[in-house]
Design a protein around this ligand. Structure first.
Ligand SMILES: C[S@@+](CC[C@H](N)C(=O)[O-])C[C@H]1O[C@@H](n2cnc3c(N)ncnc32)[C@H](O)[C@@H]1O
Ligand SMILES: [Zn+2]
Length: 274
């Protein structure tokens, strides 16, 4: 049984050969890499389709070099701490599955059985993710229309991806856990200083979220030593400032081939209310 529901009619989807099929015979074939495309045009007509190939490749290369491993380790530790056996976990906005795979590996290592799902609106991202790890179910889908049944997930992780509290609460079971990563105040401060005339610290919003009880916050701060222009460019392309940066700042960025900069994150844990 999968937790997927048909994006056309809402009935549950069953796996048959290499397709998911609902009771009304709507059929969604697996791509060669193993992900399923559950995006339908009425849900995506006016929205962007997430990260493009260059952004996905840059992030994959950067993350695979281990620059954010302290965050990844803390995330895995937190997931294991709040997991029970036979967990169903959804990574909402999973990108190319760097964290999703790491979470799966640490649950396996702790002998905690889990079914893991990852969705992202970018087909390139879930294509990479599915190639990386065949034991995870990946789908192209939006966090604003999650093709997953009500109250079906024990845990949801949302890492630097768009937030949709209503959908996240809908798919979580009663008392389900949500773990969220956000950049904190000093994140990439030295990188911003090197590029902008007037750099600003990140604004950290209040932790309270409608429909969720706040359980815990952990700050993860460490220094990264970037030794190539390529890694600095990749890091910058992962930030929201990338497309808002003018010519002068782009030139300053291109001139950098060494940089020591802080990474500063918060990992927030919530429980679904009610
Ligand atoms: C900054 S990346 C984070 C990816 C991954 N969680 C990570 O931390 O490596 C944001 C991701 O959100 C995805 N995204 C953007 N809009 C989305 C939406 N409406 N639904 C699902 N994913 C979306 C992008 O395609 C991208 O992969
Ligand atoms: Zn259907």
């Amino acid at each position: 049984m999968s937790v997927y529901m048909c994006p056309v009619c809402g009935r549950s989807l069953e796996m048959a050969e290499r397709s998911y099929v609902c009771g009304n015979r709507h059929c969604f074939d697996l791509a060669r890499s193993g992900y399923v495309n559950l995006l339908i045009s009425k849900h995506t007509a006016k929205t962007v389709h997430g990260d493009n190939k260059l952004m996905v490749q840059a992030r994959r290369d950067f993350l695979d070099k281990g620059y954010y491993s302290p965050l990844c380790d803390k995330l895995c530790e937190t997931v294991v701490r709040y997991s029970k056996n036979d967990n169903i976990l959804l990574d909402a906005g999973c990108g190319e599955g760097y964290y999703t795979s790491a979470v799966k590996a640490s649950l396996d290592k702790s002998d905690i059985a889990a079914e893991i799902y990852g969705i992202d609106i970018s087909k390139t991202a879930v294509d990479y993710a599915a190639k990386r790890d065949k034991s995870i179910h990946y789908a192209a889908a939006s966090v604003f229309h999650i093709p997953v049944a009500d109250c079906s997930c024990d845990m949801l992780i949302t890492l630097f991806a768009p937030y949709c509290g209503e959908e996240f609460a809908r798919v979580l079971k009663k008392d389900g856990i949500m773990i969220m990563a956000i950049p904190s105040e000093d994140h990439l401060w030295e990188l911003k200083q090197a590029i902008y005339d007037t750099p600003y610290k990140n604004e950290v919003k209040p932790y309270e979220l409608e429909g969720f009880e706040f359980l815990n916050s952990e700050r993860i701060t460490f220094t990264m030593q970037l030794d190539s222009a390529e890694d600095i460019q990749s890091l910058f392309s992962m930030t929201p400032y990338y497309y808002k940066t003018g010519k002068t700042e782009q030139e300053r960025l291109c001139a950098l081939n060494k940089l020591e900069t802080k990474a500063d994150f918060e990992l927030l844990t919530y429980r679904k209310k009610g």
